[in-house]
Design a protein around this ligand. Structure first.
Ligand code: OSB
Ligand code: MG
Length: 368
């Protein structure tokens, strides 16, 4: 099958509150959206890039150029028998995995809609709902943090992830743990520490955390393997795992006890599923991370998280945690048991709100 036409959009969709990590701050979703047309059907994908290259090397501007100049023209030239063919079509492309994932997600959605099959069933999902938590950015004070976390706990979230950085790590974690002794709690450093901080980070062992996410450099596996034996808490890698090969290296080196799988970070759902399978075989649990996606990208994450080895809660919160209004007419809502329901309709299940999408689109191009 040939893709007949591709529509690309850059959007700006404001967050309900700014999101701050150890190294940067996000005020809005600046994703590039991909819409594929074929045989009277369409599929949607989201490349969840930010404004600057602070998480990985990609930005909204680079993904836009990559998709428009390289990836969209390339995919218009290949015959696709299924969504798995997209990865092969991009085999010669280096890095730029978030840009690639926009087309890859859209192809899964497109084939699902053409076949009348849900994304969860295409991927081999085994769950009708997925456990989720909420990722809490750096706050201005411990009092403010306890208020923010309290509101999420009251809303029904049973797992919280705290963003940490030097000067905002041990004490805020202690404060949350003292207030909520049984809350499932984890922290994320977004690559701000070095191996010299091992003894400092070991203080976090006192707080019964599920994991410590990406303490060391964004492209490191080696030093994480040296750090893990110095901590009781499992290290979880995020930024460092950009492909199934990287996952294999980390597993063989003992660099982590848990993997955060973001399908966008690894180029799409095909690679994400491969990492899931490898981790499962190694007895290492995984969970689905997030990039503050709209309802389009979130639907792909929820479907992926329905696979069996996603045994820890994902950073896949309800739409209202991010946006006053989402660009889909069926935004995800939190169930009382801290889960999101997995869509069962054809494709990803996301129904795009074209009127509101037009309103938040800052640039649009049609190719083919
Ligand atoms: O490191 O997991 C991260 C958001 C943007 C970039 C990186 C990260 C995050 C989050 C939020 O932690 C996850 C979400 O709720 O989508
Ligand atoms: Mg992370």
């Amino acid at each position: 099958m040939r893709i007949e036409q591709i529509e690309l959009r850059r959007i700006e969709l404001p967050f309900v509150a700014p999101f701050e990590t150890s190294g940067w701050r996000e005020e809005a979703n600046h994703s590039v959206l991909v819409r594929l047309f074929a045989q009277g059907a369409e599929g949607w994908g989201e490349a969840p890039v930010g404004v600057g290259p602070w998480y990985n090397e990609e930005t909204s501007a680079t993904a836009w150029v990559m998709l428009r100049e390289i990836l969209a023209p390339l995919i218009l030239q290949v015959d696709l028998d299924g969504p798995e063919g997209v990865e092969a079509a991009f085999a010669r492309v280096r890095a730029n995995r978030m840009a690639r994932s926009g087309i890859e997600f859209a192809a899964w959605d497109l084939f699902g809609r053409l076949r009348g099959q849900s994304l969860t069933s295409m991927l081999g999902g085994t769950r009708m709902s997925v456990d989720v938590g909420v990722s809490v950015g750096v706050q201005s004070s411990i009092e403010a943090l306890l208020e923010v976390v309290g509101a999420y706990v009251a809303a029904g979230y049973q797992r919280v992830k705290l963003k940490i950085k030097p000067g905002w790590d041990i004490e805020p974690t202690r404060a949350i743990r003292e207030r909520w002794p049984d809350l499932r709690l984890q922290v994320d450093a977004n690559s701000i520490y070095t191996l010299a901080d091992a003894a400092h980070l070991a203080q976090l062992d006192a707080f019964n955390l599920l994991l410590i996410e990406q303490p060391l450099a964004h492209d490191d596996i080696f030093d994480h393997a040296k750090l893990q034996p110095q901590l009781r808490t499992p290290i979880c890698l995020d930024e460092s795992i950009v492909s199934p090969e990287h996952a294999r290296w980390a597993l063989e080196m003992g660099a982590c006890g848990v993997i955060n799988i973001k399908p966008s970070r690894v180029g799409g759902l095909t690679a994400a599923r491969q990492i899931h399978d490898m981790a499962q075989a190694a007895g290492v649990p995984v969970w689905c991370g997030g990039m503050l996606e709209t309802g389009i990208g979130r639907a792909a994450n929820v479907a992926l998280a329905s696979l069996p080895n996603f045994s820890l809660p994902g950073d896949i919160s309800a739409s209202e945690r991010y946006f006053k209004r989402d660009i889909v007419t069926n935004p995800f809502r939190l169930n009382p048991d801290s889960t999101l329901s997995v869509p069962t309709g054809p494709g990803s299940g996301a129904e795009v709100d074209m009127e509101y999408l037009e309103h938040v689109t800052v640039e649009k191009v049609i190719i083919g």
